[in-house]
Design a protein around this ligand. Structure first.
Ligand code: BDP
Length: 326
């Protein structure tokens, strides 16, 4: 492409963008803690594209990535109050608010990502999405969050004994605090955006997350030992503010719902590719990966965590049904 043709193309593209932006009657503001290009951010953008096409440009989505609207715990509150319209978050920070979300945040509840997909794509997933309604939110769809493993700045963790006394950051949920305790470490619940400097300054020794987060946050630069214990497979969720939802006609609500659902397979593909790319990037950067560890002691140590958190009949039933899902 010559300079002139590429300039013309760029101008045309910006005119087209301005045109569609003008046509938007409703622009849904969406929050995400992750940077631009991260699979969750791109999935919500994709949903917005579908919505814009299907509503003839009336309904649009604008994604505020990189925690521009705040950290998850705060943006969840703002979404409940109708200040933010859409929010893509981990299920973890919902645990203390919405009981049903606890079951998918239990360590080792899912045997694999496939098992998680089966559960979340079926009746159990639908019931969990429904549970958001009582909390001023509408659950739209689940996204992938891979599996989460420990990483730290100090030493290779080869067994549970190596975790003893370490200070590890967890997401803000009591389940994760108890999980760390049961594994012998000290849990420090912190917002995601504070983890890098907390490791750098030695406030904590490490944290836990999936490959794409470990990589995109730069945590691998300050905590180079990653142990694949895969203790959590926590799905992510796209929620909408009930206040924003109620402003839409039933037809438009259906469009939003469908666009969210249709973004899921696209997200899963992007996720699989990014997991691989992130792993390759951190390995190339010199991170030490501890791959073959015996997970049995970790799994066994979780019995008291289940006993403490799976207390009601609803939760017991959900756990039993998840475990029975083939
Ligand atoms: C990432 C999730 C993000 C969480 C973050 C965390 O995608 O929603 O905020 O972990 O650990 O994997 O807080």
């Amino acid at each position: 492409m010559t300079f002139t043709t590429s300039l013309t193309a760029a101008l045309l593209a910006s005119v087209a963008l301005a045109g569609s932006a003008l046509a938007c009657e409703t622009t849904l503001r969406s929050s995400d803690t992750h940077p631009d290009g991260y699979p969750t951010v791109e999935a919500v953008k994709h949903m917005g594209k579908l919505l814009e096409e299907r509503s003839a440009g009336r309904l649009c989505v604008e994604v505020f990535h990189s925690a521009q609207l705040g950290e998850e715990k705060d943006t969840i509150e703002q979404t409940r109050f109708g200040v933010i319209d859409l929010n893509r978050v981990s299920m973890g920070p919902f645990n203390n608010l919405i009981e049903e979300t606890k079951v998918v945040s239990l360590p080792y509840i899912f045997r694999s990502v496939d098992h998680m997909h089966k559960v979340m794509d079926g009746d159990i997933g639908a019931e969990i999405l429904e549970a958001f309604t009582a909390h001023d939110l509408v659950g739209l769809a689940f996204f992938d969050g891979g599996s989460r493993s420990f990483y730290n700045a100090k030493k290779p963790i080869e067994s549970m004994a190596d975790l003893a006394g370490m200070n590890m950051r967890v997401m803000q949920s009591d389940i994760f605090v108890d999980m760390m305790g049961a594994m012998g470490a000290n849990a420090t619940p912190l917002p995601y955006g504070e983890v890098y400097s907390a490791i750098q300054t030695g406030v904590i020794d490490g944290a836990e997350n999936n490959w794409p987060s470990y990589e995109s946050s730069g945590h691998f630069e300050v905590a180079g030992y990653y142990t694949m214990d895969e203790h959590l497979i926590v799905p992510e969720v796209l929620v909408m503010s009930k206040a924003a939802w109620d402003k839409l006609t039933p037809e438009d609500q259906a469009l939003v719902q469908q666009a969210a659902k249709d973004s899921v397979p696209v997200m899963r593909e992007m996720w699989a590719a990014r997991e691989k790319a992130s792993e390759e990037k951190v390995v190339a950067a010199g991170a030490t990966i501890i791959r073959d560890i015996d997970k049995t002691p970790f799994i066994e140590a979780m019995v008291p965590v289940y006993e403490k958190h799976v207390t009601t009949d609803t939760l017991k039933d959900l756990v039993a049904r998840i475990q029975a899902t083939e």
